[in-house]
Every structure is written in structure tokens, then in C-alpha cells.
Design a protein around this ligand. Structure first.
Ligand SMILES: [Zn+2]
Length: 293
């Protein structure tokens, strides 16, 4: 019997045949349905009683596929491992809303719900460090410190990779997926928070601005930093252009708008030209000739 179930685990269509031949096994009773699942057992004792999804203490069991959709999964042969998964109460409650049948999909769902629930604390954890608390007044310090701790816990739960397990006598290697790295011009970080902290200090950009530009520039710190620096340089250039044109117009009794327009034209025609060179050209070609007339 144990041998038979091993094979069935990976062939849901066989399970259907098996169930058709053994109708007495499948009577809609929850206890009997429960028998159709394979208990996910950690390979290492360190992971006993641990939520497979987030690493907290397990107090419930999640089912993949959900118990109420077992018939659907058996009938449609949609992918599912038919697992009974140790789960903490919080993940268990979140996953009540999840109809997915596979362990990976359920894991993604649980993580997304955790990220949403702890959104505020995660933001505090990303934006603040413990050293920054000293300068704050008591009540703000207290609430930021609480957010930092909660955010750190939530981050660890979101990063929890699962563990190696056995089910139905077969060993399963957890697919950890490619390790995620955040790159800041050659410096690598394993968490967004550390990368943001580094980039903010190294390139003197506020975390809020950097985070926004990061999201708007293909989740790339490099593209974000380049875009921010370019914007800053453009603004400084425009300010200088305005000041120099105004000075020139006053000095040579010309209309500001005329000076500005001409200089803009010279600069657009020659990328390497500086503002001063453009003003000299303007003087030589337009202002000086009119003086000698
Ligand atoms: Zn959990």
C-alpha cells in the first residue's frame, strides 16, 4: 500500500483511477479526504514544528490543494502535490483565501499577504536604522523602534526559504530559486534595505527619492542614481543659463528673451559649446556689429 501511494503522489490521474476502483475510500468525509494528502515532514529535526512558509512556529496544517477543492484538482489534473503542510496560524488564516494547488503558488500567496499586512513596518525597517533613533523625542522613538523590530521580523519571514522535506517516503529538495542580489555599481547586497542604505549614503540621495526612482527605473539602483544625478545637473545648468543670460542682457542692453533664445539655439546646434562661448558668439555676431553701425 505504501509503495502504491508513492507512485500515485506524482500522477494525479492515477489517483483518480485508484479512487474510482476504491470508492469506499472516498466518501466525502473529511477524515478520509485527509488521507489523500501526504504529510510534509522536515528532513532535519531543526525544522520540526516550523511553518514551511515563514519559519514561525507551526500550529496548523495547510493543504495543497485546499480541502474544499480536492475534487476539482482530482478531476482537472491541475498541478498539485497533495501535501499537508505544517503552517503557523497566520499563514494558515491567509491561505484560506488561496485556491492554488501547488506548494510554490501557496508559498508565493502567503508571502504576498504577509508583505501586505506588514507593509508599514517593512517601510520603517527599510528607511530607518537604529542609530537614527537617538535624535528623536520619546514617543516617536518608541513607535519607530517598534516598527523597526516588527519590520525586521517580517523581513526574515518573507526571506524564509522553506526547508528540505520528505513526503510519502520521497525526499524533496526545496527549490530556493536564484538568490536575489541588489547591485549598486558593483557593490552587491542581499537585501533591498542594505542596498538602499548604502546607495543613499554613498551618493547622498534621500532614501525616499532613491526608492521612488528605483521603482521607476527597472528596479535598478544604477539607472536610478544616474537619472537623479542627471536631473540635478540639468537643474543646475538651467539655473546657471538663466543667470548668465540675465547678466548679459543687462550689460549689453538686450532683451532677456532674445539673449536666452539665441543662446539656446547655439547650444542645441553644438553640444560641446559652453554657456560663455555661446554668449561670446552672440556678442561677436549680433551685438558688436550693431554697435559699429
Ligand atoms: Zn507562517
Amino acid at each position: 500500500m505504501r509503495e502504491k501511494r508513492k507512485v500515485l503522489a506524482h500522477h494525479p490521474n492515477l489517483i483518480i483511477n485508484f479512487l474510482n476502483c476504491n470508492k469506499h475510500l472516498y466518501v466525502g468525509n473529511l477524515m478520509v479526504i485527509d488521507n489523500q494528502y501526504f504529510l510534509l515532514i522536515p528532513s532535519h529535526s531543526a525544522n520540526f514544528n516550523t511553518c514551511f512558509y515563514c519559519g514561525c512556529i507551526a500550529s496548523d496544517h495547510d493543504y495543497a490543494p485546499p480541502l474544499q477543492y480536492l475534487e476539482f484538482y482530482l478531476a482537472t489534473k491541475e498541478p498539485s502535490e497533495f501535501l499537508k503542510i505544517p503552517s503557523c496560524n497566520e499563514c494558515y488564516e491567509h491561505l484560506k483565501m488561496c485556491k492554488a494547488g501547488s506548494l510554490d503558488e501557496r508559498k508565493d500567496f502567503a508571502k504576498k499577504r504577509l508583505a501586505k499586512k506588514y507593509d508599514k513596518a517593512l517601510t520603517i525597517y527599510e528607511m530607518w536604522s537604529k542609530e537614527e533613533l537617538d535624535g528623536l523625542d520619546f514617543s516617536l522613538r518608541h513607535s519607530i523602534a517598534a516598527g523597526l523590530q516588527l519590520g525586521e521580523e517580517a523581513t526574515n519571514r518573507l526571506l524564509f526559504p522553506g526547508f528540505k522535506f520528505e513526503a510519502a517516503g520521497l525526499e524533496h529538495q526545496v527549490n530556493y530559486g536564484p538568490a536575489q542580489h541588489f547591485d549598486v555599481f558593483g557593490e552587491q547586497f542581499t537585501t533591498f534595505r542594505d542596498a538602499l542604505d548604502f546607495a543613499s549614503k554613498a551618493y547622498r540621495i534621500s532614501k525616499n527619492t532613491l526608492k521612488e526612482y528605483f521603482a521607476d527605473h527597472d528596479n535598478s539602483f544604477e539607472k536610478a542614481i544616474i537619472a537623479i544625478h542627471k536631473e540635478v545637473a540639468d537643474k543646475a545648468f538651467q539655473k546657471q543659463l538663466k543667470t548668465r543670460c540675465n547678466q548679459f542682457a543687462k550689460q549689453h542692453k538686450q532683451a532677456v528673451i532674445f539673449v536666452h533664445k539665441q543662446v539656446d539655439r547655439y547650444l542645441s546646434e553644438d553640444e560641446d559649446m559652453t554657456i560663455d562661448e555661446a554668449l561670446t558668439l552672440l556678442y561677436e555676431t549680433r551685438v558688436k556689429p550693431s554697435l559699429t553701425r
